[in-house]
Ligand binder design. Structure first.
Ligand code: NAG
Ligand code: NAG
Ligand code: NAG
Ligand code: NAG
Ligand code: NAG
Ligand code: NAG
Ligand code: NAG
Length: 488
Protein backbone atom coordinates (compact mmCIF):
# COMPACT_ATOMS: atom_id res chain seq x y z
CA UNK A 1 0.00 0.00 0.00
CA UNK A 2 1.43 3.37 -0.96
CA UNK A 3 1.95 6.06 1.63
CA UNK A 4 -0.73 8.30 0.16
CA UNK A 5 -3.44 5.65 0.28
CA UNK A 6 -2.36 4.78 3.82
CA UNK A 7 -2.77 8.39 4.81
CA UNK A 8 -6.24 8.61 3.28
CA UNK A 9 -7.41 5.61 5.25
CA UNK A 10 -5.95 6.75 8.51
CA UNK A 11 -7.65 10.16 8.61
CA UNK A 12 -11.20 8.98 9.47
CA UNK A 13 -9.80 6.96 12.38
CA UNK A 14 -7.91 9.95 13.72
CA UNK A 15 -11.04 12.08 13.39
CA UNK A 16 -13.03 9.64 15.46
CA UNK A 17 -10.38 9.50 18.17
CA UNK A 18 -9.35 13.09 18.52
CA UNK A 19 -12.15 15.36 17.47
CA UNK A 20 -13.79 15.23 20.90
CA UNK A 21 -11.04 17.34 22.38
CA UNK A 22 -10.81 18.32 25.99
CA UNK A 23 -14.07 18.91 27.71
CA UNK A 24 -13.54 21.46 30.43
CA UNK A 25 -15.18 20.93 33.78
CA UNK A 26 -16.71 23.55 36.06
CA UNK A 27 -14.54 24.76 38.93
CA UNK A 28 -16.51 25.54 42.08
CA UNK A 29 -16.06 29.08 43.37
CA UNK A 30 -14.83 28.06 46.83
CA UNK A 31 -12.90 24.91 46.01
CA UNK A 32 -14.45 21.45 46.34
CA UNK A 33 -17.93 20.76 47.62
CA UNK A 34 -18.21 21.07 51.44
CA UNK A 35 -14.66 22.48 51.47
CA UNK A 36 -15.70 25.65 53.12
CA UNK A 37 -18.74 26.58 55.13
CA UNK A 38 -21.03 28.58 52.85
CA UNK A 39 -22.43 31.89 54.08
CA UNK A 40 -26.07 33.02 53.75
CA UNK A 41 -24.79 35.87 51.57
CA UNK A 42 -24.43 33.13 48.94
CA UNK A 43 -28.21 33.57 48.34
CA UNK A 44 -27.81 37.25 47.40
CA UNK A 45 -28.90 38.17 43.90
CA UNK A 46 -26.05 39.76 41.98
CA UNK A 47 -25.59 41.95 38.94
CA UNK A 48 -22.63 39.90 37.73
CA UNK A 49 -21.30 36.42 38.33
CA UNK A 50 -18.06 34.73 37.24
CA UNK A 51 -17.90 31.06 36.30
CA UNK A 52 -14.60 29.19 35.93
CA UNK A 53 -13.74 26.02 34.07
CA UNK A 54 -10.59 23.88 34.04
CA UNK A 55 -9.30 20.62 32.62
CA UNK A 56 -10.26 17.36 34.29
CA UNK A 57 -6.69 16.42 35.21
CA UNK A 58 -5.89 19.76 36.86
CA UNK A 59 -9.31 20.79 37.99
CA UNK A 60 -8.15 23.39 40.49
CA UNK A 61 -6.48 25.65 37.94
CA UNK A 62 -8.68 27.60 35.58
CA UNK A 63 -8.46 27.74 31.81
CA UNK A 64 -11.65 29.63 31.14
CA UNK A 65 -13.63 32.35 32.82
CA UNK A 66 -17.07 33.64 31.92
CA UNK A 67 -18.45 36.70 33.65
CA UNK A 68 -22.12 37.32 32.96
CA UNK A 69 -23.37 40.83 33.68
CA UNK A 70 -27.02 41.57 34.42
CA UNK A 71 -26.96 45.34 34.82
CA UNK A 72 -30.70 45.89 34.13
CA UNK A 73 -33.14 46.86 36.88
CA UNK A 74 -35.34 43.87 36.15
CA UNK A 75 -32.64 41.23 36.04
CA UNK A 76 -30.14 39.54 38.35
CA UNK A 77 -27.97 36.45 38.40
CA UNK A 78 -27.13 33.83 40.98
CA UNK A 79 -25.02 30.70 41.02
CA UNK A 80 -26.31 27.75 43.05
CA UNK A 81 -22.67 26.83 43.69
CA UNK A 82 -22.60 29.62 46.29
CA UNK A 83 -25.32 28.06 48.44
CA UNK A 84 -25.94 24.44 47.43
CA UNK A 85 -24.36 23.10 50.64
CA UNK A 86 -27.13 24.90 52.60
CA UNK A 87 -30.00 23.15 50.88
CA UNK A 88 -30.87 19.56 51.60
CA UNK A 89 -32.97 18.62 48.64
CA UNK A 90 -33.37 19.95 45.09
CA UNK A 91 -35.69 18.86 42.35
CA UNK A 92 -35.30 20.46 38.94
CA UNK A 93 -38.43 20.01 36.81
CA UNK A 94 -39.39 21.37 33.41
CA UNK A 95 -41.06 24.50 34.74
CA UNK A 96 -39.91 24.68 38.33
CA UNK A 97 -37.12 24.07 40.79
CA UNK A 98 -38.04 22.95 44.29
CA UNK A 99 -35.52 23.28 47.07
CA UNK A 100 -35.57 22.49 50.77
CA UNK A 101 -33.37 24.49 53.13
CA UNK A 102 -31.20 23.06 55.91
CA UNK A 103 -32.69 25.35 58.62
CA UNK A 104 -35.14 28.16 59.33
CA UNK A 105 -32.47 30.86 59.29
CA UNK A 106 -31.16 30.12 55.81
CA UNK A 107 -34.72 29.72 54.53
CA UNK A 108 -35.65 33.11 55.98
CA UNK A 109 -32.59 34.72 54.44
CA UNK A 110 -33.25 33.29 50.96
CA UNK A 111 -36.92 34.25 51.16
CA UNK A 112 -36.01 37.82 51.99
CA UNK A 113 -33.49 38.30 49.13
CA UNK A 114 -35.32 36.27 46.47
CA UNK A 115 -38.74 37.82 47.07
CA UNK A 116 -37.58 40.64 44.77
CA UNK A 117 -38.62 38.45 41.82
CA UNK A 118 -42.27 38.62 42.93
CA UNK A 119 -42.09 42.42 43.15
CA UNK A 120 -42.95 43.05 39.48
CA UNK A 121 -44.16 40.94 36.57
CA UNK A 122 -41.04 41.61 34.60
CA UNK A 123 -38.54 40.85 37.38
CA UNK A 124 -36.56 37.71 36.71
CA UNK A 125 -33.17 36.30 37.58
CA UNK A 126 -30.83 33.78 36.06
CA UNK A 127 -30.05 30.90 38.36
CA UNK A 128 -27.21 28.65 37.28
CA UNK A 129 -27.27 25.12 38.65
CA UNK A 130 -23.78 23.73 39.27
CA UNK A 131 -22.69 20.16 38.53
CA UNK A 132 -24.84 17.76 40.54
CA UNK A 133 -27.19 20.52 41.71
CA UNK A 134 -29.98 19.11 39.51
CA UNK A 135 -29.34 15.41 40.05
CA UNK A 136 -26.53 14.08 37.92
CA UNK A 137 -25.88 17.04 35.61
CA UNK A 138 -22.14 17.34 34.82
CA UNK A 139 -22.37 20.80 33.30
CA UNK A 140 -23.80 24.02 34.63
CA UNK A 141 -27.40 24.64 33.59
CA UNK A 142 -28.82 28.17 33.42
CA UNK A 143 -32.47 28.67 34.41
CA UNK A 144 -34.62 31.78 34.24
CA UNK A 145 -36.58 32.26 37.48
CA UNK A 146 -39.60 34.55 37.32
CA UNK A 147 -41.81 33.60 40.30
CA UNK A 148 -41.39 32.11 43.73
CA UNK A 149 -43.68 30.23 46.16
CA UNK A 150 -42.87 29.16 49.71
CA UNK A 151 -43.93 26.33 51.95
CA UNK A 152 -43.08 27.77 55.37
CA UNK A 153 -43.61 24.55 57.31
CA UNK A 154 -41.42 22.46 55.07
CA UNK A 155 -38.70 25.14 54.63
CA UNK A 156 -39.26 24.64 50.94
CA UNK A 157 -39.21 27.13 48.05
CA UNK A 158 -40.64 26.47 44.60
CA UNK A 159 -39.13 28.62 41.91
CA UNK A 160 -41.04 29.11 38.67
CA UNK A 161 -38.04 28.42 36.43
CA UNK A 162 -37.49 27.40 32.85
CA UNK A 163 -34.29 25.86 31.60
CA UNK A 164 -32.42 28.17 29.26
CA UNK A 165 -28.97 28.25 27.68
CA UNK A 166 -25.86 30.44 27.90
CA UNK A 167 -26.43 32.18 24.57
CA UNK A 168 -29.93 33.19 25.63
CA UNK A 169 -29.07 34.36 29.17
CA UNK A 170 -25.78 36.17 28.51
CA UNK A 171 -26.57 39.37 26.64
CA UNK A 172 -23.59 41.03 28.36
CA UNK A 173 -20.50 39.00 29.17
CA UNK A 174 -16.70 38.72 29.21
CA UNK A 175 -15.29 35.35 28.22
CA UNK A 176 -11.56 34.66 28.57
CA UNK A 177 -9.96 31.38 27.54
CA UNK A 178 -6.29 30.95 28.50
CA UNK A 179 -4.09 33.13 30.63
CA UNK A 180 -0.97 35.25 30.44
CA UNK A 181 -1.49 38.73 29.16
CA UNK A 182 1.17 39.74 26.71
CA UNK A 183 0.60 43.36 27.54
CA UNK A 184 -1.34 45.24 30.14
CA UNK A 185 -4.28 47.07 28.75
CA UNK A 186 -5.41 48.89 31.83
CA UNK A 187 -8.92 49.83 30.74
CA UNK A 188 -9.86 46.25 30.03
CA UNK A 189 -7.74 44.68 32.73
CA UNK A 190 -9.94 46.16 35.42
CA UNK A 191 -13.10 44.72 33.84
CA UNK A 192 -11.87 41.27 32.96
CA UNK A 193 -11.63 38.52 35.52
CA UNK A 194 -8.08 37.75 36.62
CA UNK A 195 -8.77 34.27 37.86
CA UNK A 196 -7.24 32.23 35.08
CA UNK A 197 -3.97 30.65 36.03
CA UNK A 198 -3.37 28.16 33.27
CA UNK A 199 -2.49 28.37 29.58
CA UNK A 200 -4.36 26.80 26.75
CA UNK A 201 -1.96 25.40 24.24
CA UNK A 202 -1.87 23.43 21.03
CA UNK A 203 0.63 20.64 20.65
CA UNK A 204 2.97 20.96 17.66
CA UNK A 205 5.09 17.81 18.16
CA UNK A 206 4.88 15.61 15.09
CA UNK A 207 7.12 13.25 13.18
CA UNK A 208 6.53 13.48 9.48
CA UNK A 209 7.12 10.90 6.78
CA UNK A 210 6.25 10.88 3.13
CA UNK A 211 7.25 11.86 -0.31
CA UNK A 212 6.02 13.98 -3.13
CA UNK A 213 6.04 12.74 -6.72
CA UNK A 214 6.51 15.23 -9.52
CA UNK A 215 5.98 14.20 -13.12
CA UNK A 216 5.64 16.43 -16.15
CA UNK A 217 6.66 15.55 -19.68
CA UNK A 218 9.76 13.40 -19.42
CA UNK A 219 10.54 14.67 -15.93
CA UNK A 220 10.05 12.17 -13.16
CA UNK A 221 11.17 13.15 -9.70
CA UNK A 222 10.38 12.62 -6.04
CA UNK A 223 11.02 14.77 -3.02
CA UNK A 224 11.23 12.68 0.14
CA UNK A 225 11.30 13.66 3.79
CA UNK A 226 14.33 11.80 5.11
CA UNK A 227 13.90 13.19 8.59
CA UNK A 228 11.19 15.76 9.14
CA UNK A 229 9.55 16.85 12.36
CA UNK A 230 7.91 19.73 14.13
CA UNK A 231 8.22 20.46 17.85
CA UNK A 232 6.84 22.80 20.47
CA UNK A 233 3.41 24.23 21.09
CA UNK A 234 1.36 27.35 20.58
CA UNK A 235 -0.14 29.16 23.53
CA UNK A 236 -3.40 30.85 22.78
CA UNK A 237 -5.84 33.10 24.44
CA UNK A 238 -9.33 34.22 23.50
CA UNK A 239 -11.08 37.28 24.87
CA UNK A 240 -14.66 37.76 23.81
CA UNK A 241 -17.00 40.36 25.20
CA UNK A 242 -20.49 41.48 24.39
CA UNK A 243 -22.65 44.26 25.77
CA UNK A 244 -26.44 44.09 25.41
CA UNK A 245 -26.10 41.73 22.48
CA UNK A 246 -23.45 43.81 20.68
CA UNK A 247 -19.93 42.31 20.42
CA UNK A 248 -17.39 44.66 22.01
CA UNK A 249 -14.25 42.50 21.91
CA UNK A 250 -13.11 39.40 20.08
CA UNK A 251 -9.36 39.07 20.39
CA UNK A 252 -7.25 36.02 19.80
CA UNK A 253 -3.63 35.94 20.92
CA UNK A 254 -1.17 33.33 19.69
CA UNK A 255 2.39 32.77 20.93
CA UNK A 256 4.86 30.05 19.98
CA UNK A 257 6.54 28.05 22.74
CA UNK A 258 9.65 26.17 21.68
CA UNK A 259 8.34 25.88 18.12
CA UNK A 260 10.70 24.52 15.51
CA UNK A 261 10.57 22.54 12.30
CA UNK A 262 13.29 20.26 11.00
CA UNK A 263 13.38 19.03 7.42
CA UNK A 264 16.03 16.89 5.80
CA UNK A 265 14.86 16.25 2.27
CA UNK A 266 15.99 14.43 -0.81
CA UNK A 267 15.23 15.20 -4.44
CA UNK A 268 15.84 12.35 -6.86
CA UNK A 269 14.89 11.98 -10.47
CA UNK A 270 15.61 12.17 -14.15
CA UNK A 271 14.42 14.25 -17.06
CA UNK A 272 13.87 17.88 -17.75
CA UNK A 273 11.18 20.46 -17.84
CA UNK A 274 11.34 24.06 -19.05
CA UNK A 275 8.57 25.72 -17.09
CA UNK A 276 8.19 26.17 -13.36
CA UNK A 277 6.38 23.51 -11.33
CA UNK A 278 5.09 23.82 -7.79
CA UNK A 279 3.64 20.93 -5.91
CA UNK A 280 2.74 20.16 -2.32
CA UNK A 281 1.75 16.97 -0.57
CA UNK A 282 0.09 16.74 2.85
CA UNK A 283 2.26 14.70 5.19
CA UNK A 284 -0.16 15.22 8.05
CA UNK A 285 -3.76 16.37 8.18
CA UNK A 286 -5.33 15.86 11.59
CA UNK A 287 -7.70 17.46 14.05
CA UNK A 288 -5.87 18.34 17.25
CA UNK A 289 -7.32 18.08 20.73
CA UNK A 290 -9.57 21.09 21.09
CA UNK A 291 -11.48 22.62 23.95
CA UNK A 292 -15.14 22.36 24.74
CA UNK A 293 -17.33 24.01 27.33
CA UNK A 294 -20.78 22.80 26.32
CA UNK A 295 -22.96 25.72 25.27
CA UNK A 296 -20.24 28.28 26.01
CA UNK A 297 -17.13 27.69 23.93
CA UNK A 298 -15.88 25.23 21.39
CA UNK A 299 -12.50 25.18 19.69
CA UNK A 300 -11.55 22.71 17.00
CA UNK A 301 -7.93 23.14 15.90
CA UNK A 302 -6.85 21.39 12.73
CA UNK A 303 -3.27 20.92 11.58
CA UNK A 304 -1.99 20.25 8.10
CA UNK A 305 1.70 19.86 7.36
CA UNK A 306 2.69 19.70 3.72
CA UNK A 307 5.92 18.96 1.96
CA UNK A 308 6.35 21.24 -1.02
CA UNK A 309 8.70 21.73 -3.92
CA UNK A 310 9.14 24.21 -6.69
CA UNK A 311 11.25 23.25 -9.69
CA UNK A 312 12.22 25.87 -12.24
CA UNK A 313 13.74 25.05 -15.64
CA UNK A 314 15.25 21.86 -14.37
CA UNK A 315 17.31 19.14 -16.02
CA UNK A 316 18.56 16.34 -13.83
CA UNK A 317 19.92 12.87 -13.45
CA UNK A 318 20.79 13.21 -9.83
CA UNK A 319 20.05 12.92 -6.17
CA UNK A 320 20.20 16.11 -4.12
CA UNK A 321 20.04 16.00 -0.33
CA UNK A 322 19.58 19.13 1.70
CA UNK A 323 17.42 20.60 4.36
CA UNK A 324 17.05 23.22 7.01
CA UNK A 325 15.78 23.85 10.48
CA UNK A 326 13.53 26.73 11.31
CA UNK A 327 12.57 27.94 14.74
CA UNK A 328 10.52 30.73 16.23
CA UNK A 329 11.43 32.88 19.20
CA UNK A 330 9.14 32.51 22.21
CA UNK A 331 8.86 36.30 22.29
CA UNK A 332 6.80 36.25 19.07
CA UNK A 333 3.17 37.23 19.53
CA UNK A 334 0.20 38.06 17.35
CA UNK A 335 -3.03 39.54 18.59
CA UNK A 336 -5.91 39.43 16.13
CA UNK A 337 -8.84 41.73 16.74
CA UNK A 338 -11.79 40.17 14.94
CA UNK A 339 -13.90 43.30 15.33
CA UNK A 340 -11.35 45.86 14.24
CA UNK A 341 -8.46 44.61 12.09
CA UNK A 342 -6.74 48.01 12.41
CA UNK A 343 -6.06 47.04 16.04
CA UNK A 344 -4.13 43.90 15.07
CA UNK A 345 -0.63 43.72 16.48
CA UNK A 346 2.22 41.30 15.96
CA UNK A 347 5.96 41.17 16.58
CA UNK A 348 8.95 38.89 16.67
CA UNK A 349 7.93 36.28 14.08
CA UNK A 350 11.12 36.36 11.98
CA UNK A 351 12.18 32.72 12.02
CA UNK A 352 15.69 31.55 12.69
CA UNK A 353 16.58 29.30 9.76
CA UNK A 354 19.74 27.26 9.37
CA UNK A 355 20.70 25.10 6.44
CA UNK A 356 21.76 21.48 6.83
CA UNK A 357 24.53 19.92 4.81
CA UNK A 358 23.82 19.78 1.10
CA UNK A 359 25.05 17.08 -1.22
CA UNK A 360 24.60 16.54 -4.94
CA UNK A 361 25.21 13.23 -6.58
CA UNK A 362 24.80 13.49 -10.32
CA UNK A 363 24.09 16.12 -12.92
CA UNK A 364 21.58 18.84 -12.29
CA UNK A 365 20.82 22.33 -13.54
CA UNK A 366 17.97 24.60 -12.62
CA UNK A 367 16.22 26.08 -9.61
CA UNK A 368 14.95 23.93 -6.74
CA UNK A 369 13.04 25.01 -3.69
CA UNK A 370 11.78 22.56 -1.07
CA UNK A 371 9.90 23.41 2.08
CA UNK A 372 7.66 22.31 4.92
CA UNK A 373 4.42 24.18 5.30
CA UNK A 374 2.38 23.88 8.46
CA UNK A 375 -1.13 25.30 8.51
CA UNK A 376 -2.88 25.54 11.84
CA UNK A 377 -6.56 26.30 11.70
CA UNK A 378 -8.46 27.44 14.77
CA UNK A 379 -12.20 27.27 14.45
CA UNK A 380 -13.98 28.63 17.47
CA UNK A 381 -17.52 29.23 18.59
CA UNK A 382 -18.24 31.37 21.61
CA UNK A 383 -21.84 31.62 22.86
CA UNK A 384 -23.27 31.10 19.39
CA UNK A 385 -20.78 33.29 17.51
CA UNK A 386 -18.24 31.63 15.26
CA UNK A 387 -14.91 32.66 13.81
CA UNK A 388 -11.89 31.07 12.21
CA UNK A 389 -8.18 31.84 12.13
CA UNK A 390 -5.55 30.24 9.95
CA UNK A 391 -1.84 30.38 10.78
CA UNK A 392 0.44 29.42 7.89
CA UNK A 393 4.08 28.64 8.55
CA UNK A 394 6.11 27.94 5.44
CA UNK A 395 9.30 27.23 7.30
CA UNK A 396 11.95 26.07 6.78
CA UNK A 397 12.44 26.43 3.08
CA UNK A 398 15.69 25.82 1.28
CA UNK A 399 16.42 26.79 -2.28
CA UNK A 400 19.27 26.28 -4.70
CA UNK A 401 20.27 27.47 -8.13
CA UNK A 402 22.27 24.70 -9.70
CA UNK A 403 24.46 24.73 -12.78
CA UNK A 404 26.02 21.63 -14.27
CA UNK A 405 29.53 22.28 -15.53
CA UNK A 406 31.70 20.27 -17.89
CA UNK A 407 35.18 21.59 -18.46
CA UNK A 408 38.52 20.60 -19.86
CA UNK A 409 39.94 21.68 -16.50
CA UNK A 410 39.18 20.59 -12.99
CA UNK A 411 35.67 21.83 -12.05
CA UNK A 412 35.71 21.85 -8.27
CA UNK A 413 39.02 22.85 -6.77
CA UNK A 414 41.03 19.83 -5.65
CA UNK A 415 38.62 17.28 -7.11
CA UNK A 416 40.61 16.30 -10.16
CA UNK A 417 37.30 15.81 -11.95
CA UNK A 418 36.07 17.59 -15.05
CA UNK A 419 32.35 17.42 -14.35
CA UNK A 420 30.52 19.02 -11.47
CA UNK A 421 27.60 21.01 -10.22
CA UNK A 422 27.86 24.54 -8.90
CA UNK A 423 25.19 25.57 -6.40
CA UNK A 424 24.21 28.80 -4.75
CA UNK A 425 21.83 28.14 -1.90
CA UNK A 426 19.48 30.18 0.19
CA UNK A 427 17.07 29.71 3.03
CA UNK A 428 13.78 31.25 3.89
CA UNK A 429 10.47 31.23 5.65
CA UNK A 430 7.10 32.86 5.15
CA UNK A 431 4.66 33.22 8.01
CA UNK A 432 1.18 34.59 7.75
CA UNK A 433 -2.14 34.63 9.51
CA UNK A 434 -5.67 35.02 8.21
CA UNK A 435 -9.00 35.61 9.85
CA UNK A 436 -12.38 34.59 8.52
CA UNK A 437 -15.83 35.68 9.57
CA UNK A 438 -18.52 33.11 10.13
CA UNK A 439 -20.61 34.80 7.44
CA UNK A 440 -17.91 34.30 4.80
CA UNK A 441 -15.75 31.26 5.37
CA UNK A 442 -14.33 31.29 1.86
CA UNK A 443 -12.47 34.57 1.94
CA UNK A 444 -10.38 36.01 4.77
CA UNK A 445 -11.34 39.50 5.89
CA UNK A 446 -7.82 40.11 7.06
CA UNK A 447 -4.48 38.65 6.03
CA UNK A 448 -1.24 39.55 7.78
CA UNK A 449 2.29 38.69 6.72
CA UNK A 450 4.01 37.98 10.02
CA UNK A 451 7.43 37.42 8.50
CA UNK A 452 9.04 36.89 5.10
CA UNK A 453 12.63 35.77 5.09
CA UNK A 454 14.72 35.16 1.97
CA UNK A 455 18.39 34.80 2.74
CA UNK A 456 20.93 33.84 0.10
CA UNK A 457 23.93 32.05 1.55
CA UNK A 458 27.14 33.56 0.33
CA UNK A 459 29.42 30.56 0.06
CA UNK A 460 28.91 28.87 -3.35
CA UNK A 461 29.07 25.10 -3.29
CA UNK A 462 30.70 22.76 -5.78
CA UNK A 463 29.99 19.07 -6.21
CA UNK A 464 32.34 17.13 -8.50
CA UNK A 465 31.47 13.83 -10.07
CA UNK A 466 32.48 11.62 -12.95
CA UNK A 467 35.81 10.00 -13.61
CA UNK A 468 39.01 11.49 -12.24
CA UNK A 469 41.34 12.88 -14.85
CA UNK A 470 44.94 11.79 -14.74
CA UNK A 471 46.43 10.95 -11.38
CA UNK A 472 43.93 9.98 -8.72
CA UNK A 473 43.67 12.57 -6.03
CA UNK A 474 44.32 11.31 -2.56
CA UNK A 475 42.09 13.92 -1.04
CA UNK A 476 38.81 12.95 0.41
CA UNK A 477 35.58 13.97 -1.23
CA UNK A 478 33.68 13.59 2.04
CA UNK A 479 32.69 17.22 2.24
CA UNK A 480 32.35 18.22 -1.37
CA UNK A 481 30.42 21.36 -0.57
CA UNK A 482 33.46 23.11 0.81
CA UNK A 483 35.27 22.82 -2.50
CA UNK A 484 35.76 26.01 -4.37
CA UNK A 485 34.67 26.37 -7.94
CA UNK A 486 37.77 26.09 -10.10
CA UNK A 487 36.29 26.30 -13.59
CA UNK A 488 33.16 27.85 -15.01
C1 NAG B 1 -40.09 17.48 30.71
O1 NAG B 1 -40.18 17.63 29.31
C2 NAG B 1 -39.80 16.50 28.56
C3 NAG B 1 -39.95 16.84 27.10
O2 NAG B 1 -39.53 18.15 26.85
C4 NAG B 1 -40.67 15.33 28.92
O3 NAG B 1 -40.21 14.17 28.24
C5 NAG B 1 -40.64 15.08 30.42
O4 NAG B 1 -41.54 14.06 30.77
C6 NAG B 1 -40.97 16.34 31.17
N1 NAG B 1 -40.79 16.10 32.59
C7 NAG B 1 -41.70 16.44 33.50
C8 NAG B 1 -41.35 16.12 34.91
O5 NAG B 1 -42.74 16.99 33.21
C1 NAG C 1 -41.18 46.46 33.80
O1 NAG C 1 -42.44 46.79 34.32
C2 NAG C 1 -42.53 48.11 34.81
C3 NAG C 1 -43.91 48.29 35.40
O2 NAG C 1 -44.18 47.26 36.29
C4 NAG C 1 -42.29 49.09 33.67
O3 NAG C 1 -42.29 50.41 34.18
C5 NAG C 1 -40.97 48.80 33.01
O4 NAG C 1 -40.78 49.61 31.87
C6 NAG C 1 -40.89 47.36 32.60
N1 NAG C 1 -39.58 47.09 32.08
C7 NAG C 1 -39.38 46.40 30.98
C8 NAG C 1 -37.96 46.23 30.57
O5 NAG C 1 -40.29 45.91 30.34
C1 NAG D 1 -31.21 29.01 23.52
O1 NAG D 1 -32.44 29.52 23.97
C2 NAG D 1 -33.09 30.33 23.02
C3 NAG D 1 -34.30 30.94 23.70
O2 NAG D 1 -34.98 29.99 24.44
C4 NAG D 1 -33.44 29.51 21.81
O3 NAG D 1 -34.07 30.33 20.83
C5 NAG D 1 -32.18 28.92 21.23
O4 NAG D 1 -32.49 28.05 20.18
C6 NAG D 1 -31.42 28.16 22.30
N1 NAG D 1 -30.14 27.79 21.75
C7 NAG D 1 -29.64 26.59 21.91
C8 NAG D 1 -28.30 26.37 21.32
O5 NAG D 1 -30.24 25.72 22.50
C1 NAG E 1 2.18 32.78 32.69
O1 NAG E 1 2.30 33.70 33.76
C2 NAG E 1 2.82 33.13 34.95
C3 NAG E 1 2.81 34.18 36.01
O2 NAG E 1 3.01 35.44 35.49
C4 NAG E 1 4.22 32.57 34.68
O3 NAG E 1 4.71 31.96 35.85
C5 NAG E 1 4.16 31.56 33.55
O4 NAG E 1 5.45 31.11 33.25
C6 NAG E 1 3.55 32.19 32.33
N1 NAG E 1 3.42 31.20 31.30
C7 NAG E 1 3.83 31.42 30.06
C8 NAG E 1 3.62 30.32 29.12
O5 NAG E 1 4.33 32.47 29.70
C1 NAG F 1 0.72 44.60 34.53
O1 NAG F 1 -0.16 44.93 35.58
C2 NAG F 1 0.24 44.40 36.85
C3 NAG F 1 -0.80 44.79 37.87
O2 NAG F 1 -2.07 44.66 37.34
C4 NAG F 1 1.60 44.97 37.22
O3 NAG F 1 2.02 44.39 38.44
C5 NAG F 1 2.60 44.64 36.13
O4 NAG F 1 3.85 45.23 36.43
C6 NAG F 1 2.12 45.14 34.78
N1 NAG F 1 3.03 44.68 33.75
C7 NAG F 1 3.47 45.48 32.77
C8 NAG F 1 4.39 44.84 31.80
O5 NAG F 1 3.13 46.64 32.68
C1 NAG G 1 8.03 7.49 10.06
O1 NAG G 1 9.38 7.09 10.08
C2 NAG G 1 9.84 6.68 11.33
C3 NAG G 1 11.32 6.41 11.22
O2 NAG G 1 11.61 5.68 10.09
C4 NAG G 1 9.05 5.47 11.78
O3 NAG G 1 9.46 5.08 13.07
C5 NAG G 1 7.58 5.83 11.82
O4 NAG G 1 6.81 4.71 12.14
C6 NAG G 1 7.13 6.37 10.50
N1 NAG G 1 5.78 6.84 10.61
C7 NAG G 1 4.84 6.59 9.71
C8 NAG G 1 3.49 7.18 9.97
O5 NAG G 1 5.05 5.92 8.73
C1 NAG H 1 16.51 13.30 12.74
O1 NAG H 1 16.89 14.60 13.15
C2 NAG H 1 17.00 14.77 14.53
C3 NAG H 1 17.35 16.21 14.79
O2 NAG H 1 16.26 17.01 14.57
C4 NAG H 1 18.05 13.84 15.08
O3 NAG H 1 18.10 13.98 16.48
C5 NAG H 1 17.70 12.42 14.72
O4 NAG H 1 18.71 11.57 15.14
C6 NAG H 1 17.54 12.29 13.23
N1 NAG H 1 17.06 10.97 12.90
C7 NAG H 1 17.57 10.29 11.90
C8 NAG H 1 16.98 8.93 11.68
O5 NAG H 1 18.47 10.72 11.18
Amino acid sequence: MSFSSLLKWSIPLLLANEVMGTRLVPIRPHGGRHNKRQEPSGFDLKSDETFLWGSVDASDSALASLTVHTPGENENILSMEHFDDMITNVHCGNNSIEMTFEDDATFAYAQRVWDWVNGADNHSFVMVAGPGDCGTNEDRIPYIVSTLYYDEDANKATLGAIESNWTAIAHTYDLVIGSNDTQNRTSEASVLPRDIDKDTSIDFNHHLNGSLAIARGDLSATVTCLNCSTTGSFDMKFKISQKLGIPTDATITLKPKGVSAYAKMKLAGTGKVVQSLTKTFDLLSIPLAGLDIPGVFELGPFLTVALGAELTGIALTATVTSGATGSLYDSAVVEMNMLDPSENTFSGWDPKVEILETSVDGSISGGVQAFLQASLELKANALGKGFRIGLDLKVPSVNAKLTGITSTKEVCEGSNQNIGVKATTGIGGQLGIKAFRESDESKPFVTITLAALEKPLTEPLCFPFGPKSGAVSARSVRHPHIRRIAAV
